[in-house]
Design a protein around this ligand. Structure first.
Ligand SMILES: *Cc1c(COP(=O)(O)O)cnc(C)c1O
Length: 350
């Protein structure tokens, strides 16, 4: 059994392998943390302000928001909350977690953590989201369906009507978790569905666009009654005081976010133009990365980039992603460096 894969990168390299914010967080985040005092460290944190400000930022009422220690914790909490009633009822069929492939590793980790069966829906060759195949994998034992929009590792955006059809198809008491870790890079959201459907929960993280991956701050958005069961799973002081203070500062600095999202858009366009010129297949992305098909030498190419201190992710082991690398598209100067090195490597090969 493999766990959550944690790729290593040498210190000082260009990290384009984990979809992190390559510009770092807003300087205001550091100021907010530096301004905390000895008692702030000693006392259990208060969340009233960070919850109110984050809810306002997201455009929801505070009762519709659960802050979590990174979105990863939210995904796990939602899974446990959906599986628990089955365990409590005793007997019956093993709970199932349904995941369309290719998918973020964490969903398999969540399924395993609570003894549920992982039901994986194989991808089409073009990796497009296929609502019908996903709906076909739903059974009376389904407890959670994970949908990632935009998808990781493909960057493919998923239509709201497809999410709605899946939400219509799941059995009562189960959840459709729409993981919107990359929402900021395209603006797509299933929040309108959350308002009408009690079984839809949206996940967001401040790790990617806001650059707080190491601080750990994420959240779930759902109807208050749905979140009630999930709140029972999240420990009461899940966000540490630095994460709470950093999150408040990060969401207040909207100019920084706008600037970074613009850098990402330009970087994606650079990758598309590069691929078109070189003749490489790529997937148009709604996220801060682009999946590029290199071919059978993808691992060697990723290795050659790593030798130059540029880390990208070979995704060949993901279903449907054979021969593909995923390149984080952060600040333009980093993308340009990566593409120049990639061109050298590919030309040397040819
Ligand atoms: C990065 C990522 C997350 C994890 O977010 P954290 O807040 O760092 O836990 C969740 N889902 C997807 C699809 C991601 O890519």
């Amino acid at each position: 059994m493999s766990g959550y894969e944690r790729p290593v990168a040498a210190a000082g390299g260009l990290r384009l392998h984990l979809n992190e914010n390559t510009a770092g967080c807003s300087p205001t985040v550091l100021e907010a943390i530096a301004s905390l005092g000895a008692e702030d460290m000693a006392f259990y944190p208060e969340y009233a302000e960070v919850v109110r400000e984050t809810a306002e930022y997201l455009g929801v009422d505070p009762e519709w928001l659960a802050l979590t220690n990174g979105l990863d914790e939210g995904l796990l909490a939602a899974t446990v909350a959906a599986v628990r009633p089955i365990v409590e009822a005793g007997g019956g069929r093993q709970p199932e977690i349904v995941v369309p492939l290719p998918a973020f590793d964490m969903y398999a980790v969540c399924a395993r953590a609570c003894g549920a069966a992982l039901v994986e829906v194989p991808p089409r060759p073009d990796l497009r989201f296929q609502a019908d195949a996903l709906i076909g994998a739903i059974t009376p034992a389904t407890r959670v369906v994970f949908i990632t929009s935009p998808n990781n590792p493909t960057g493919i955006r998923i239509r709201l009507e497809d999410v709605d059809r899946v939400a219509e198809a799941v059995p009562e008491g189960s959840l459709v978790v729409v993981d919107e870790a990359y929402h900021d890079f395209c603006g797509d959201t299933a929040l309108p569905l959350v308002r009408t459907r009690q079984n839809v929960v949206v996940g967001r993280t401040f790790a990617k666009a806001h650059g707080l991956a190491a601080l750990r701050a994420g959240c779930l958005i759902g109807q208050p009654a749905t979140l009630e069961g999930i709140r029972l799973v999240v420990p009461p002081y899940s966000l540490n005081v630095c994460a709470a203070a950093g999150l408040r500062a990060a969401i207040a600095d909207r100019a920084r976010l706008t600037w970074y999202v613009d850098q990402v858009e330009r970087s994606r366009d650079l990758v598309y133009a590069f691929c078109t010129r070189i003749g490489l297949t790529f997937w148009e992305s709604g996220a801060n990365f682009v999946l590029v098909r290199i071919g059978s030498r993808s691992a060697a190419v990723a290795g050659a980039l790593a030798e130059r201190g540029i880390f990208v992710r070979d995704r060949s082991r993901d279903a449907g992603c054979e021969g593909c690398i995923r390149i984080t598209t952060g600040i333009v100067e980093h993308t340009t460096r990566c593409l120049a090195a990639l061109e050298e490597i590919l030309c040397a090969e040819a």
